[in-house]
Design a protein around this ligand. Structure first.
Ligand code: KG4
Ligand code: ZN
Length: 389
């Protein structure tokens, strides 16, 4: 039984998504629908997301996607207890479309509006439709690896999340996409590189690519050196001969890789990314004490090699690995609706505590009907969820 259903909206980048989800009696987030309208085709000819095109496409897709999410969940708008929306970070024009739509819905329904941080939602995504309530996974070491973010977090509660380190240049997904573009693969490059590297004949040690360590205790990531190494493998190392050729107006030497070499390069690149992530997770976990689980989310968590490396890392460190199923790795609204339901429950509990202290705790039934949650009027800031440090 799901007590309160939350409708979640996600439009931070190039996916227009809507989902209906809520917490079951044990506090496990259950997803009733998860609808995603991807704009990949609209952006592919540009080799990346074009913000103006993305915003306009969100405007067109939002209402049909919301209707479809309600229909797949088998619920009417009247059954929705709150509207959650990814309100940061992201492309500002894209965020505005989802936020405006969510505000209008919340206002029309007279329901609370809950602002959800997109990066926190990725951290939460592995718990969706899982076996344990979010609270049982905490405290956790968190890793978000997406197209826009690569960072580690200490998660004590959904209101107490501390960033431990993050990329100093490209996000891991960005590196995948740029390497994919260098190799002439379709955008986004991540899934295409994964496909090439999954060939059982691929040799992931064929190319000696760097794994960035930074300073000995650093918890930050860097993928720019790795990207340059791939560029040199594809185009040759710039040297005297290349400089002379360019000075003479000729094209620098171009290395033509065979399809086997391309496959090996993809596998070697993927191994370097996965090992870099695990290296920093090892530093962040320290002796492992204090963490019950490893929460991972974001598009790159769909990568086959990354998933294998994370599984063996978590097993060695005796951490429970909470990894989203593939359908919740990339941007989606189920993670927004799920974390929104969590935030709603926390808000209700807080209001109950305040009421209890106001009436001296006497005979206050723990019923949500007592707690007509005040829709924070058109404010997207859930007070308990300030900016991430
Ligand atoms: O989480 P996400 O959908 O969007 C952001 O919040 O950024 O992540 C998108 C990123 C893209 O860079 C894409 O190439 C990458 O996730 N990605 C992958 C795989 N699937 C998606 N990277 C590596 N291997 C994959 N299988
Ligand atoms: Zn994302």
């Amino acid at each position: 039984m799901i007590a309160r259903l939350v409708l979640g909206i996600e439009t931070s980048c190039d996916e227009t998504a809507c989902s209906v989800a809520g917490l079951d009696a044990l506090g496990v987030p259950r997803v009733l629908s998860n609808v995603i309208a991807s704009q990949t085709d609209l952006h592919s000819e540009y080799g990346g997301v074009v913000p103006e095109i993305a915003s306009r496409a969100h405007v067109e897709a939002l209402l049909p996607v919301v209707r479809e999410a309600l229909s797949q969940a088998g619920v009417g708008l009247g059954m929705i207890s709150a509207v959650a929306v990814g309100n940061r970070p992201g492309l500002i024009g894209s965020l505005l479309v989802g936020v405006a739509g969510a505000k209008a819905l919340a206002w029309a329904l007279q329901r609370p509006l809950i602002g959800v941080d997109h990066v926190r939602a990725h951290l939460y995504s592995g718990l969706l439709d899982g076996e344990l309530p979010a609270a049982d996974a905490l405290p956790a070491l968190g890793l978000v690896v997406s197209g826009g973010h690569t960072a580690m977090y200490r998660v004590r509660s959904w209101t107490d999340i501390m960033r431990l380190g993050s990329t100093i240049d490209d996000a891991a997904g960005e590196a995948f996409d740029k390497v994919g573009a260098m190799m002439g693969l379709a955008h986004p490059g991540g899934p295409a590189i994964d496909r090439l590297a999954r060939d059982p004949a691929a040799n992931d040690r064929a190319y000696a690519l760097p794994i960035s360590r930074l300073s000995p205790a650093s918890l930050d990531f860097s993928f720019s050196g790795l990207k340059t190494a791939v560029l040199y493998a594809l185009r040759g190392v710039p040297g005297e001969a290349a400089r002379r050729a360019v000075a003479a107006g000729e094209r620098a030497a171009h290395v033509e890789l065979t399809s086997e070499q391309r496959r090996d390069l993809a596998a070697s690149f993927q191994r370097s990314v996965a090992e870099a992530l695990v290296l920093k997770l090892g530093r962040a976990a320290g002796d492992g004490s204090g963490y019950r689980s490893l929460l991972v989310g974001g598009g790159v968590s769909a990568n086959s090699r990354v998933r294998t490396e994370l599984a063996s890392f978590a097993a060695q460190r005796k951490l429970r690995l909470v990894l989203p199923p593939l359908c919740y790795c990339m941007d989606n609204a189920a993670m927004i609706a799920g974390l929104g339901a969590e935030q709603l429950a926390e808000q209700l509990a807080k209001q109950l505590a305040e009421k209890q202290s106001a009436v001296g705790c006497e005979r206050l039934a723990l019923q949500s009907s007592d707690l007509a949650l005040e829709a924070h009027p058109m404010s997207l800031e859930c007070p308990a969820h300030g900016a991430m440090p």
